[in-house]
Design a protein around this ligand. Structure first.
Ligand code: GDP
Length: 424
């Protein structure tokens, strides 16, 4: 069966959760392959509204198996709390429908502390981290100084390893930041409270996925954030600390030799961005406030107001190419209905030159947007389900974006609900 990755084309918050929720009906397995509890995928379905941070969005479908791959930052505390929220709304989570890779590394309590301490030290030069511990976690993972999920299955080995890690990490906490260190008791207590509870879900998910593939099951890979936040291809250093691109899906999932049959890139009909870093098309003042209000652009995890602006076609075309998108889902088209005319950021001006190439992160802050304006459609489109029923101006907007980004827009989303979708 074909497999597919659903990825973000921009700065994150494109509506990936809603697209995965829609498309999981066609897939047997959904895998999260990178990142941690730092992003929030919002899913609205018959059970209510959910902000998923670590759980794969297939968790609401009865026959879907959900996997947290080796590439994720496994924050047992966040995961456990999130599981309780979802279970409380009537969703069943068992080792049959949730499997956690034994090769995933654990995000530990001190990673969150260090994230906050470093952001506080940076003051106005801070990265705008969500303070979930992601950057300290991935640095430790690459230094080989954190705990593998498989270690939870061997308590004696784990305790000896924790003693070593504790000694090392307390040096940083106390001597670099002047903060309190941890005692072994505190750490073990945390492990008993959270990590022990997720033990039943840990298994060799690589083997599971290989078997699933051999049996002809279809696999959906679910990314967090977007191409512009990818560690290697994004707006470094205002990126996340993992690879949010589709190419990492096989590696971070446990199927390193898999080929992606399809990559669906999710793009919003306008732009939004959380945190610091250059955001060329940014609007300010009343114009921004109106769009933010209309689109409900407040962080799913932090509640922070998101920065907003018109669709940035330069950044989006770069994102489409970086992700290798084979089709695009354009979300939140309904939000633009209040505009009489719709501005788009068509090109950049950089050092006196006009360009439609996305610049490197060092000069990106110098780029200025060149705006074009398209006609608005001036009516509510949220109830429309067929392409031909959209107002001509709305279709023209979609076709214009499609032409500029160089990829077919297969899905047009006109509302947060599962069925508020137009499939072309
Ligand atoms: P993700 O992290 O990429 O999954 O995106 P978020 O969940 O942070 O942000 C998307 C937000 O937009 C959520 O609140 C969704 O419910 C909502 N949403 C997604 N698609 C649409 C749409 O087409 N129209 C409207 N009005 N809301 C949408």
């Amino acid at each position: 069966m074909p497999n597919c990755a659903i990825v973000g084309i921009n700065w994150g918050d494109e509506g990936k959760g809603r697209m995965v929720d829609l498309l999981t009906q066609h897939y047997d397995v959904v895998v999260r392959y990178q990142g941690g509890g730092n992003a929030g995928h919002t899913v609205v379905n018959e059970r209510g509204k959910f902000a998923l941070h670590l759980l794969p969005s297939g968790i609401f479908r009865e026959n879907t198996v959900n996997i947290l791959g080796n590439g994720v930052a496994l924050d047992c505390e966040s995961l456990w709390n999130e599981m309780q929220d979802v279970i409380a709304k009537g969703v069943s989570i068992t080792p049959d429908n949730l499997k956690i890779s034994d090769r995933a590394s654990l995000l530990l309590p001190w990673h969150r502390d260090l994230d906050g301490l470093e952001e506080a030290r940076l003051k106005d030069k801070k990265f705008g981290s969500t303070r979930q511990g992601i950057a300290p976690f991935y640095s430790d993972k690459y230094q080989k100084k954190t705990v593998l999920a498989a270690e939870l299955l061997y308590p004696e080995h784990l305790e000896a390893h924790l003693k070593d890690l504790l000694e090392w990490k307390n040096l940083t906490l106390t001597r670099v930041y002047g903060a309190e260190g941890y005692t072994l008791e505190q750490l073990l207590d945390w492990f008993h409270t959270y990590a022990d509870r997720i033990k039943p879900f840990i298994c060799d998910t690589g083997a599971y996925l290989r078997d699933a593939q051999a049996e002809g099951k279809s696999i959906l890979f679910e990314a967090q954030l977007g191409a512009l936040r990818d560690l290697d291809y994004g707006i470094y250093p205002y990126t996340t600390s993992s690879n949010a691109i589709a190419a990492y899906a096989p590696v971070g999932s446990g199927l390193p030799n898999a080929k992606l049959d399809e990559v669906i890139g999710v793009v919003k009909a306008y732009s939004s961005c959380v945190g610091e870093g250059p955001f060329t098309c940014e609007w300010f003042g009343e114009e921004a406030e109106k769009l933010r209000e209309a689109g409900g652009e407040y962080g799913a995890k932090t509640g922070r107001p998101r920065r907003v602006g018109p669709i940035d076609l330069v950044a989006t075309r770069y994102g489409v190419r970086t992700q290798g998108a084979t089709a695009v889902a354009l979300t939140k088209l309904d939000i633009l209905s209040y505009m009489d005319t719709i501005p788009v950021c068509a090109r950049y001006e950089l050092n006196g030159e006009i360009t439609d190439e996305f610049p490197n992160p060092v000069v990106l802050a110098d780029a200025k947007p060149i705006t074009e304006t398209l006609p608005g459609w001036g009516c509510d489109i949220s109830g429309i389900r067929r392409w031909e029923d959209l107002p001509a101006e709305a279709r023209a907007y979609v076709e214009y974006v499609e032409e500029k980004i160089g990829c077919h827009i297969r899905y047009v989303s006109v509302g947060p609900e599962r069925d508020s979708i137009i499939i072309r």
